[in-house]
Design a protein around this ligand. Sequence first.
Ligand code: CA
Ligand code: CA
Ligand code: CA
Length: 149
Amino acid sequence: MFFSLILFLLLFISSLCSDDYPDSIGSAALIPVNTAIQGTITCGGDYDFFRVNLVAGRTYVITMEALNPASPSFDDYLKFYDSSQSEIDHDDDSSGKNAIISQTISSTGVYYIRASGYDGGECGTYVLAVMDTSSCSGSCTSMDFLFMY
Ligand SMILES: [Ca+2]
Ligand SMILES: [Ca+2]
Ligand SMILES: [Ca+2]
């Protein structure tokens, strides 16, 4: 009982001040294809790493949209890595200050995404989506999947 109380307190305290998604590619969180998730870039240089399973021959669009109700959106930034964790693409401002990456995948496997601010001073809430373009009519936007997270 005592130890479970301590554990609860530790979890509670860490949830107040900790980051929502891992800072390192080695412990990246899974994001399913055709799903939009909400996260937060905490101020001071937070990186949020995700891994996603992609299929050869398909084209995927990855979008990161800043959501900041209190002020204009922050300047977000995306990097995209292959299965060997080598960077294959990055984007800063393809849509206003929001980042969009489009890639046709050559081999099936795990790929990695790094969501961040453009620099440590850019922070706020975002929606990240990975979309298989064959499942969208016309151009894919995360609005197609926004209510799935
Ligand atoms: Ca975060
Ligand atoms: Ca993080
Ligand atoms: Ca940007």
